[in-house]
Ligand binder design. Structure first.
Ligand SMILES: [Zn+2]
Length: 375
């Protein structure tokens, strides 16, 4: 193990200990989950990222190194999200990197931990025990091919979508937990605030914090989903678009940013928001001042143009429809329709998952009714 690899692994281990301890002492946990340790694997592919099994959360060594390198390569873009002038960006670049690394690693780890405490692992086991076919084996879905199904034919959209949905739920729960409960030592130091959680950061620090978190989520999902992009484009019959997963995560962030808590579900589980004027103002502020700067930053410093096939090019294409969906307007694109379909499916699956959860979901209830903060 070389020095750099040792440093990177130590960072993961340190963040894991802090997070796992904090999750275990979260008052919203209604059952004690089994113990989990972190381990690194040289065999687990970097494209896979990480996976969780009882009782180990396994991280691909190569993924940890690749992510670390990528953050270094886009540090100018990251510093630009937190500071407006070149001199401030230069002065704080190191602290920005440390904060974004904490958020990014935190997101990957919490995603895995929510597969466990959200009941996904036990749910899969129960289905297997009942002889039901399970797609997306071991979670952290790999694209399934008809070959792997031993000639039983390609998986249906629904069975693949169910597995994919668990990915989205793990993302969304991780994001909510980061915003509401994660001890943000590096981010607080960077933004010079003592506030306990991101929801209570004063402005303009709150804006910067949400941008950095959004960028972290974006960089991780992009890294994990980009490899699937080509295959998925040719099989949208059987697999939701990667862009839908990103937008589902962004949807969680916009709700947290705007503190919209009165989300209701229609009979099929489609999310209905009762939006007040101030909700609309703060959601627009999020779209303009958080999401847009992140999506228009240069995430491909080695390339003179935005690669046309990239996930970010797609994100820009579908961004308008994401806004439609969040603001309760009719959607117009395939991504918008998939978002609606996923919300409904997530609601349906919540009933099946509930007995296995150590933690309440679909939407994590805030610790105490969060005070509405718009500004
Ligand atoms: Zn996963």
């Amino acid at each position: 193990m070389n020095d750099r690899s040792a440093v990177v692994k130590n960072t993961w281990v340190r963040i894991f200990s802090v997070l796992w301890h904090a999750v275990l002492s979260d008052a919203r946990l209604h059952d004690q989950p089994p113990p989990v340790k972190i381990a690194f694997s040289d065999r687990l592919s970097s494209k896979r990222g990480a996976r969780i099994r009882p009782f180990v959360l396994e991280v691909s060594t190569q993924f940890a190194l690749d992510l670390h390198n990528e953050l270094g390569s886009v540090q100018d873009a990251l510093a630009g999200l937190a500071f407006s002038t070149p001199s401030l960006r230069r002065a704080h670049r190191g602290k920005v990197l440390a904060a974004i690394e904490e958020l990014t690693i935190g997101f990957v780890l919490l995603h895995e931990l929510f597969h466990l405490i959200g009941g996904h692992l036990d749910w899969y086991d129960a289905r297997r025990a009942n002889g039901l076919k399970v797609d997306g084996q071991q979670l952290c879905l790999q694209l399934t091919s008809s070959k792997r199904h031993g000639g039983q034919g390609a998986p249906t959209y629904r069975s693949t979508a169910d597995a994919y949905l668990l990915e989205c739920e793990a993302d969304c729960s991780a994001i909510q937990w980061i915003v509401q409960a994660m001890p943000q030592s590096k981010l607080r130091r960077l933004l010079q605030t003592q506030a306990a959680s991101m929801t209570s950061f004063p402005q303009p620090q709150r804006l910067a914090a949400f941008r950095l978190l959004l960028a972290s989520v974006w960089l991780v999902i992009r890294r994990l989903e980009s490899g699937k992009e080509k295959l998925v484009r040719n099989s949208s019959e059987t697999h939701p678009l990667p862009v839908t997963r990103v937008f589902a995560g962004f949807g969680t962030l916009i709700r947290e940013y705007s503190c919209i808590s009165d989300l209701r579900y229609d009979a099929q589980g489609g999310g209905q928001r009762t939006l007040t004027n101030s909700d609309v103002i703060s959601m627009r502020e999020f779209l303009e001042r958080v999401l847009k700067p992140v999506l228009t930053s240069d995430w491909n410093p080695g390339s003179p143009h935005l690669p046309a096939e990239s996930l970010e090019a797609q994100m820009r294409f579908y961004l308008h429809d994401f806004g439609n969906h969040m603001l309760n307007r009719p959607v117009q694109t395939i991504a918008g329709h998939e978002l609606l379909r996923m919300e409904r499916a997530r609601f349906r699956m919540d009933r099946g998952l509930r007995p296995f959860r150590y933690y309440q979901a679909v939407e994590l209830k805030r610790m105490k009714a969060a005070r509405k903060q718009v500004g």
